[in-house]
Design a protein. Sequence first.
Lengths: 153, 423
Amino acid sequence: MFMVCSNYSLEPTPVLRLADFPLKLELPLFTAQVPAGFPSPADDHIEGKLDLNEHLVRRPAATFFVRASGESMRGAGIFDGDLLIIDRGVTPQPDDIVIAVLQGDLTVKRLKKVGGQWHLAAENNDYPTLPMGEGDCEVWGVVTHSIRRHCGR
Amino acid sequence: MATFALVDCNNFYASCERLFQPRLRGRPVVVLSNNDGCVIARSNEAKALGVGMGAPMFKIRKLVEEHDIAVCSSNYALYGDISDRVMSVLGSSAPAHEVYSIDECFLDLDRLGVPDLTDWCRDLREHTLQWTGIPVSVGVGPTKTLSKLANRLAKKSAKAGGVLDLVQHPQWIDAALRKTPVCDVWGVGRRWTVMLEERGIHTAHDFANAPDGWVRQRMGVVGLRTVHELRGLVCHALEDQPPPKQTTCCSRTFGKAIFDKGQVHDAVMSFAERAAEKVRCSGQVAGAAQLFIRTDPFAQDAPQKSVSGSATFHRPTADTREIGATVMRIFERIWRDGYGWRKAGVLLLDLGPPGHAPVSLFDVIHVPDDGLMKAMDQINARYGRGTARLGLAQKDGEWHMRRENLSPSFTTRWGDIPSAKTG
């Protein structure tokens, strides 16, 4: 169960190497290893590593992960089981995908503004668009990314 | 003028529970201590129902049923993570900060240079709430003690809107002191309260006006500092670098009294593992280990016993294998049959930076640094505590804490992240 190996490194691999928690994936720009003899001509040009955190998480203190459940946001490219990255530091604007609190539950919706009135809409005609401001309903955070697994291995 | 703020999270544990369970909003919520023993946190609704701090669960069971109070076991994985987030937001907003507890943070706002300090504090509240989902109150004063006093009043008064600023409004200090019972002054404990009340000192205002000589004689320099701070003289500066720990401890009260040696052994071994992990996490090594086990002092008809023992390492270490073996030896030495053990703990002492102790010629280094500990810590960080262990103890013993209403580790475990319906 620990066959997760995602931290490529220029160093020789020790006993067991795991990605640091949380979600720290470092991909080196150069992976050529020279066992002995000539130094790599690329050594002087290494520019650091790509950190997926840097790309996906701008405000760590305000960033939360939520799992999407259900199919009614397909129109927005969000599928059942997708991992959503929520940045509460982003102020919601019309057409943002958001996590909203609806009757005590967390839901994924698209935020709409029609004639000065905020609405929560699903990307699916079977679900009604709900005007906000009625009952228990508020934006919890803005979805900045969704991550889908394409290979279960 | 010196300007301190104390930012305190409102009903912190209850607020954390509500963040990912919006159904709990508006509903009274209580959080229980380890082993689900007694109430350690209450939402405002629960306070209004008269649930007392520290009330044992069995005494409020009826109230819980009558008023549909939500009861949560304490979830420190969640509270710790949310606390880190709040502290990071506060720390990046102010010129200097000191994390005072899991839900309190002092800010030094001396060099802030904003036109309206009260407005700035209101913005800070908004900002913290938006980013972390946690409501906070802010008290501002010319000393730490006054900022703490202001915070308490900010929380109590609906009018204050969560901010009381005694620096921009020094004319309110007098009334604030009069409104604060002396027992609620920072640093005044129960013993001092009794002594002060007996002498007719009931409020912070009375205390601030007590003569220096008298205070010094009765309460020493510590008490005198508190009085000076109430008068606006800075005696306590921000401590932004906590001193490195000298000891670390991992102890638990068991779910019930345990007579079986194997069970207690397992518990003790897991505490040794956890304590070793803590020491490694702080980048230190331990010079000695201590183990204690004791019976339940409240079970008055059962035989009482408390035993402990300690041992010094040949060389300071943070390796679970060495620490585990040493604690095991202590355990064998101090174990007594026939008692219902209720609590045990492992302390690691003489903590210090690694590599300072010289290796003597005759030192036998039993355990090479082969990276095993590091790999183990990484696995446990990723997949949850206790995933990779050394086979010192079985995972689910009777000694485990009772946590019947534990919420998921929403922010620290992949398997536990909240889900949101798309419909």
